[in-house]
Ligand binder design. Structure first.
Ligand SMILES: [Zn+2]
Length: 326
């Protein structure tokens, strides 16, 4: 199965010099460095992607009407033709981990779009589940989520720290926990913990120097109790300490890098070339997910997947395992 997605630990050579991390909320002037870096693969018009894109997929799943993959990186394939498409393109601009998306003209509505984050994903199907946006280059553009809950909110992995996002998360009740799925997607975890006074959680198998001060280090295979509506599932393989979070009321599984959707098809994929620990363990960890009553995969990278029922989810997992074992 072709692998088109790059994760933090395998950056392409073209990003050897990290670009500035802050999003451009204003336009690029004709002489600006950004405009000079405009990829020729963009269609003419206001929005464009620069050549420092790291091909993390984020803009393509946030605003698929506008952004496509062209010659190995993102490009504007169609300028926004509606207010909805423009809003989604600006959400992608703010979320781009390398600040590679720009507009030629001043984006006067950028502050309005900033205030949309965290973004509700689907008020009907996933009530209380939000996208944080503001992806970090430190986690290779990983997605972070906010779950609002009466017993205290949970941040899943770390967005890039910005005061505006912090203010907006506080308006939603802050966070009781910051759950870190694994070592690759911790980004600005310390700044968030200092601001929100949340308790960080990571598995001891994935603790590094940057996470040595995390408050709660999970050991063994659990179970671990963070509330009756949640279950933490140890899913080693991608890393020793990879853990998925199962949010039972909405039948959603937050997977970190344990599993993701192929960009070329509707299939699940494991990206085994990035498996840091053991391919066999990662497949065993997929088998654990057959026992769980969920319909959504919310991965650390790439597109979300919603199955019509648990049987369809199990069928997809069985196909994935068969692909790698037959
Ligand atoms: Zn990872």
């Amino acid at each position: 199965m072709a692998l088109m997605m790059s994760l933090r630990f395998a950056p392409p050579a073209s990003v050897a010099a990290p670009p500035p991390r802050r999003p451009r909320a204003v336009a690029s002037s004709a002489s600006s460095p950004a405009l000079q870096r405009r990829r020729p693969q963009n269609v003419p018009g206001d929005f464009f992607v620069d050549h420092r894109c790291i091909d993390c997929q984020t803009c393509r799943w946030m605003a698929p009407e506008v952004f496509k993959r062209v010659d190995g990186k993102a490009a504007v394939a169609a300028q926004p033709i509606s207010d909805e498409h423009r809003t989604k393109a600006l959400q992608a601009l703010l979320s781009c981990p390398t600040s590679s998306i720009h507009t030629e003209k001043p984006a006067k509505d950028i502050l309005q779009v900033q205030n949309m984050f965290p973004l509700p994903i689907d008020n009907h199907l996933l009530p209380g589940v939000y996208l944080c946006g503001y992806h970090s280059q430190d986690s290779y553009g990983a997605t972070s989520y906010l779950l609002t809950h009466p017993d205290g909110n949970i941040l899943v992995d770390s967005p890039r720290y910005t005061t505006k996002l912090a203010e907006n998360i506080e308006k939603l009740g802050g966070a009781r926990y910051m759950f870190l799925t694994h070592m690759d997607d911790v980004a600005d975890h310390r700044k968030w913990a200092e601001r929100l006074k949340c308790e960080r959680i990571i598995h001891s198998g994935d603790v590094e120097d940057v996470t040595a001060d995390v408050e709660w280090k999970l050991t063994g295979n659990g179970p671990w109790d963070i509330g009756a509506d949640f279950e933490l599932i140890h899913t080693p393989g991608h890393t020793e300490g990879s853990v998925c979070l199962f949010y039972k009321p909405v039948k959603a599984l937050f997977t970190g890098d344990h599993v993701a959707k192929s960009e070329e098809s509707d299939d699940l994929d494991l990206f085994l070339m990035y498996s840091k620990q053991s391919v066999g363990l990662q497949l065993d960890s997929m088998r654990k997910l057959l026992k769980l009553d969920f319909e959504w995969f919310l991965p650390g990278h790439g597109y979300r997947i919603h199955y019509k029922d648990v049987h369809a989810k199990d069928s997809a997992i069985e196909s994935l395992i068969a692909n790698y074992t037959s």
